[in-house]
Design a protein around this ligand. Structure first.
Ligand SMILES: C[S@@+](CC[C@H](N)C(=O)[O-])C[C@H]1O[C@@H](n2cnc3c(N)ncnc32)[C@H](O)[C@@H]1O
Length: 209
């Protein structure tokens, strides 16, 4: 597995990249990523926690009744997310926080969301465990992640480029999202792969405690 960059550097690198993030995402969003986000987030309800909110690309898709809290390790990314929330007229509780050590109490949220970020977490299984901890029993964990393609040639290409790809922003693009979810002990309700098997849309619930 490719080495990621240290955590302090990830936050700093995303601060530097924040103003370019939406432009860099424009093509995949246009090709259908935005539809995957919309479909997934239509299932959010009640008190919602979004982990690694980034520039806030998901904010526009939450049902109006949701009460949203959102965290990220990069203040630069949070700054852009705050601007989006203001433009949408949304009241969001933004906090700077590490996904692997959430400061929320157990069972605090009805829905926990993470999109395109387990690739960057140094210990994604720990972060998924934290998502399960803060999610109420019977609540939903909504994930849209990218990982190693299940098409042989593409998966091998990702393996070959993984080290180089991880250098800039710490995105390790050949992880296996479904394995990580299982390792964290989450109960998978549905899982679907798209875009040549790269994107995983997973609806899960926390394990019984
Ligand atoms: C690829 S971006 C995804 C942003 C957003 N979720 C989206 O779907 O567009 C990854 C985000 O994860 C954040 N991040 C990386 N490591 C983190 C950590 N340990 N805790 C919280 N946020 C983290 C980065 O700052 C960045 O905003």
């Amino acid at each position: 597995m490719a080495k990621s960059v240290p955590k302090q550097e990830i936050g700093k690198n995303y601060n530097d990249f924040a103003s370019k993030y939406d432009k860099a995402e424009a093509v995949p969003e246009f090709l259908g990523l935005n539809r995957l986000r919309k479909r997934l987030l239509s299932q959010a309800e009640g008190a919602v926690l979004e982990i690694a909110v980034g520039t806030g690309r998901n904010l526009q898709y939450y049902p109006a009744e949701c009460r949203i809290s959102a965290v990220d390790i990069s203040d630069g990314m949070l700054g852009f997310a705050k601007k989006k929330a203001d433009a949408l007229g949304l009241k969001v509780d933004f906090q700077s926080m590490d996904a692997e050590a959430l400061s929320f109490k157990d069972d605090s949220f009805d829905t926990v969301v993470d999109t395109l970020s387990t690739c960057t977490f140094l210990d994604p299984v720990k972060a998924l465990g934290e998502m399960a901890r803060v999610c109420k029993p019977g609540g939903k964990i909504l994930l849209l992640e990218h990982g190693r393609s299940n098409r042989g040639w593409l998966g091998r290409f990702q393996d070959w480029r993984a080290e180089k790809h991880a250098k800039q922003l710490g995105c390790v693009w050949n992880k296996e999202p479904q394995d990580m979810v299982m390792d964290a002990g989450l109960h998978v309700i549905s899982a679907r792969q798209s875009f040549l098997g790269i994107f995983h849309t997973i609806v899960a619930s926390p394990p019984a405690r």
